[in-house]
Design a binder for this molecule. Structure first.
Ligand code: SAM
Length: 352
């Protein structure tokens, strides 16, 4: 126990450990969890107090050209219900969100070639013109450096692209060719170089994942220094090749989140929907372990059940206003407060 504490103290002080040291912490997490959480929650309070930022999630297309083995909207799932939101529908989501106090809109979707760079830039530009006090986050997958630059110039502020797993071999067990870990990581470094507040992240308990893989994920985050990190459990989807694989645990997901808080003290860390799906109070526990972001859904209610990445994804069917209220009261009951600002990373000032 004393040896484990020394490791955690060093992580707290230096934001770095060696790979075998991360593995030791992960393997022995039952004995050190409370201590890790006490430090991760203190670090979160030091940087962000009790504040929780809200992001309005707009899942604007369920079409995807990729075939990731774990994902419910993979191209090969012929039963998936597909939809696309028009520019007008996306802007309506923003209008509703703005009135509810959202100052960040996250446009997320499958890799859908229908939305050319021109279309994405036009939509981003229009959102920024109508709501200059808001941040726009894109989460639309792997693109060329040139495309990322165009999105940035159109006004996009942030980009979410989970690295999924840092290990090339593990990556190839989760994704068919031509998808590679190398390209995914190259995209992330390009996004950083361009100036986006960049989000990486990974699933916990994804098929074939080892503790060594998780340690590599932490080392990758040390190297990339992303501003945001999305961590959630893998949850099987019935119409994917991984339908019979065991789901990840909330317990390990939250432990990994706490370690990430110690590695990247000022990171924006969401309490993910996947966590709330497998454990009713999963998001509250994540906030207590160091998360500081929640992402309520602003998509039109009639499309929400079609953006099914995994089985039983929580969707209350409530209108946006109602679901934001429910989430807000959950945040308050966990001892935190929802803050209605852009919620940039501490190292970023607003771009004019
Ligand atoms: N297409 C974009 C991309 O590739 O980043 C954004 C959409 S993608 C569906 C968003 C994230 O959903 C992925 O990064 C992945 O980690 C997560 N996801 C997909 N299937 C999942 C599953 N079965 N369980 C948990 N998370 C899943």
């Amino acid at each position: 126990m004393e040896k484990l504490k020394i490791l955690v103290d060093r992580l707290y002080d230096t934001h770095h450990l060696e790979k075998d040291e991360y593995i030791t912490l992960i393997e022995n997490r039952d004995s050190i969890r409370d201590y890790v959480f006490s430090l991760s929650s203190a670090v979160r309070e030091k940087y962000y107090g009790k504040d929780v930022y809200i992001r309005g999630l707009i899942e604007f297309t369920s079409y995807c050209k990729n075939n990731c083995y774990y994902c419910g909207i993979r191209a090969g799932n012929k039963d998936a219900k597909r939809y696309r939101l028009s520019k007008e529908q996306i802007l309506e989501c923003c209008e509703t969100g703005y009135d509810l106090g959202f100052r960040t809109f996250v446009m997320q979707g499958g890799e859908d070639p229908y939305y050319t760079d021109d279309i994405i830039c036009d939509i981003v530009g229009e959102i920024k013109t109508r709501y200059p006090d808001c941040a726009v986050t894109l989460s639309i997958g792997e693109k060329s450096e040139e495309s990322y630059r165009r999105y940035y110039e159109a006004g996009a502020d942030r980009y979410l692209l989970r690295h999924e797993t840092a290990d090339c071999e593990h990556y190839s067990k989760l994704h068919p060719a031509p998808l590679t870990a190398e390209n995914r990581q190259k995209c992330l470094f390009n996004l950083k170089k361009i100036g986006f507040q960049t989000g990486a992240g990974f699933m916990v308990g994804s098929p074939y994942q080892t503790n060594e893989n998780l340690a590599d994920d932490l080392l990758f985050l040390e190297k990339l220094q992303p501003e945001m990190v999305g961590i959630g459990p893998f949850i099987p989807h019935h119409a994917t090749p991984f339908r019979n694989m065991p789901q990840g645990t909330a317990e390990l997901s939250i432990f990994m989140l706490a370690l990430v808080r110690l590695i990247l003290p000022a990171a924006l860390l969401p309490a993910t929907t996947a966590l709330g799906t497998i454990l009713p109070d999963g998001r509250e526990l994540a906030l207590k372990a160091g998360a500081n972001v929640v992402m309520p859904n602003l998509s039109p209610t009639d499309v929400r059940s079609k953006y099914l990445l995994y089985d039983n994804k929580i969707s209350t069917g409530e209108e946006s206003a109602q679901s934001v209220k429910s989430l807000e009261s959950r945040v308050i009951s966990a001892g935190y407060k929802v803050v209605k600002t852009r919620g940039d990373h501490a190292s970023f000032t607003e771009r004019k």
